[in-house]
Design a protein around this ligand. Structure first.
Ligand SMILES: Cc1cc2nc3c(=O)[nH]c(=O)nc-3n(C[C@H](O)[C@H](O)[C@H](O)COP(=O)(O)OP(=O)(O)OC[C@H]3O[C@@H](n4cnc5c(N)ncnc54)[C@H](O)[C@@H]3O)c2cc1C
Length: 364
């Protein structure tokens, strides 16, 4: 039996595991990441949007002033380090759906609360020829999208080159916490200082962390091709989002469903997206691809980060919900600061906020 030791063993090479693994390597830690790439991953379905102003009332998202400047620097540096172009800063235009909403947003203090994130916008003729926007709207800055499949493929190559990757389905039966080891097979064992689970949706079946309040949400997205030649330089969002891609294509999404948590695209999801698309956009489209995935969301809409209350060699980085692209860089760095430099975790993400759930589960 051969044993190899690592400072950190990570399970999952989605967005969470990739950024955490990368940050740990940057701090000089030894890392092994286990993923078998055979089960679906939320990151490979996601549209990858980051956007600091959301919701019907267009409010600034949680920690926007901190995480949005951070992510811009982070992804820009990451691109130059990995040598691929997956970061696409792009303004987002949100047409007012009706006069009532327009009046509300113009009169209420909401508009002034945006700071430098967005402003009232009257579309020019080019935008008006593509988007139904008679009432004007809000143009958001500091938004854009990340091509997550490309970024994850690039990370995969990067980790492979550094011999940090193990293609393998992690099996909890192989875990021996008394010796800090994981038995891969009859010939090979990994030993570690800490094991951090970055399993996305599958985390809710993890026997060590299933007490955490996961609240997964299914979502569906389309990749479409415009039937006519149009020029669109902004993302559009009202009921659905439309992200212009290259070659006259666009990504359209997304649906939200708390039922039937599977990865199967449905005709209901497709019709819902098409109906909302045609309410918003003038250009006709052909559907090229239809995908479904499950967002690893939580009941309090905050990430799940930290160390197990009893097994202090086990940790978790999960619960990124529908905002993984904006949250993951900041909290991957924060988790590494916590692990390596013993800095505090933000109490709003630290899983010890759910300590009573763990105790309750043990008693029942
Ligand atoms: C339709 C849709 C649209 C979305 N749009 C956006 C968006 O526009 N912007 C945004 O920020 N977010 C969006 N999201 C959310 C985003 O996808 C997530 O926040 C993020 O990708 C979660 O990353 P993760 O690494 O936690 O999980 P995942 O990407 O699911 O990764 C988990 C990984 O763990 C691996 N794994 C799990 N268990 C095991 C095991 N036992 N052994 C080995 N490997 C294992 C899996 O193979 C997988 O690779 C969207 C999600 C969906 C479904």
């Amino acid at each position: 039996m051969t044993t190899k030791h690592y400072d950190y063993l990570l399970v999952g090479q989605g967005l969470a595991g990739s950024l955490l693994g990368y940050s740990l390597l940057k701090r000089g830690c030894s890392v092994k990441i286990v993923d078998n790439y055979e089960q679906p991953s939320s990151s490979r379905v996601a549209a990858g949007i980051y956007n600091p102003v959301t919701g019907r009332k267009l409010v600034k998202t949680w920690l926007a002033d901190t995480i949005f400047p951070f992510l811009k620097t982070y992804y820009t540096e990451l691109e130059s380090e990995l040598g691929k172009n997956f970061f696409h800063p792009m303004p987002m235009f949100r047409p007012f759906p009706n006069q009532e909403v327009k009046d509300y947003l113009l009169q209420e203090t909401a508009m002034t609360n945006y700071g430098d994130f967005g402003q009232y916008h009257t579309p020019n003729d080019s935008l008006k020829s593509v988007v139904k926007s008679e009432l004007g709207g809000v143009m958001t800055d500091h938004s854009g999208w990340v091509d997550l499949p490309l970024m994850l493929d690039t990370f995969k190559e990067y980790f492979e080159k550094k011999q940090c990757l193990l293609q393998h389905l992690f099996d909890y039966q192989g875990l021996h916490l008394e010796s800090n080891t994981y038995q891969v097979n009859n010939e090979w064992t990994l030993s570690f200082n800490k094991l951090i689970f970055c399993e996305g949706f599958y985390g809710r079946n993890n026997p060590y962390f299933s007490w955490l309040p996961f609240n997964p949400v299914k979502g569906e997205v389309l990749r479409v091709k415009f039937k006519e030649d149009i020029s669109l330089k902004e993302m559009i969002n009202q009921g659905v989002f439309v992200i212009p891609l290259s070659d006259g294509r666009a990504r359209v999404g997304a649906t939200y469903s708390w039922h039937e948590l599977d990865w199967v695209p449905t005709s209901k999801g497709k019709l819902d997206l098409l109906e909302k698309y045609h309410k918003l956009m003038l250009a006709d489209i052909d559907i090229e691809e239809h995908l479904a995935g499950v967002r690893p969301a939580t009941k309090d809409r905050r990430p799940l980060v930290g160390i197990h209350p009893k097994y202090t060699n086990l940790g978790i980085f999960n619960g990124l919900g529908s905002k993984g692209v904006s949250l993951a860089p900041y909290f991957a760095e924060q988790l590494v600061d916590f692990l390596v430099n013993k800095k505090e975790l933000d109490p709003e993400v630290n899983i010890n906020r759910f300590g009573s759930l763990y105790l309750g589960q043990k008693q029942s």
